[in-house]
Write a protein that binds this ligand. Structure first.
Ligand code: AMP
Ligand code: ZN
Length: 106
């Protein structure tokens, strides 16, 4: 499954994506179809399908990604922003590899 997953491919660096940030646990890049002036995706390197699949052992990864979102917003001096996690088809999730949307009108 992970071999077919677009966000696994991107996070492995196989898609020539420009990363705004990369560390041992996640990558950050621009959403291909932005719904706000700033619209970034914080994507885990490890394949976890969604928040609904998260376990206690994923706490470090999930909190790390949230802190990365906050640090990037600070670096970009965004006056305000939203972080969204679409979860499940009914929650609007299209790509079943966990990611946070960082969106801002600034
Ligand atoms: P969702 O699963 O609802 O959180 O939405 C997936 C998001 O990924 C959408 O906002 C898409 O525009 C975005 N997306 C899909 N494919 C790519 C890609 N190759 N590069 C960047 N963003 C993408
Ligand atoms: Zn994946």
């Amino acid at each position: 499954m992970a071999e077919e997953c677009i966000f696994c491919k991107i996070s492995r660096g196989e898609m020539d994506t420009d990363f705004i940030h990369e560390d041992e646990q996640c990558v950050v890049f621009n959403d291909i179809n932005p719904k706000a002036k700033t619209h970034l995706l914080i994507v885990s390197k490890r394949h976890l399908p969604s928040l609904a699949d998260a376990k206690d052992s994923d706490a470090d990864l999930l909190s790390h990604m949230l802190l990365v979102a906050g640090k990037i917003a600070k670096d970009k001096e965004l006056k305000g922003y939203r972080v969204q996690i679409h979860t499940g088809k009914e929650g609007g999730q299209e790509i079943f590899h966990i990611h946070y949307h960082l969106m801002s009108p600034f």
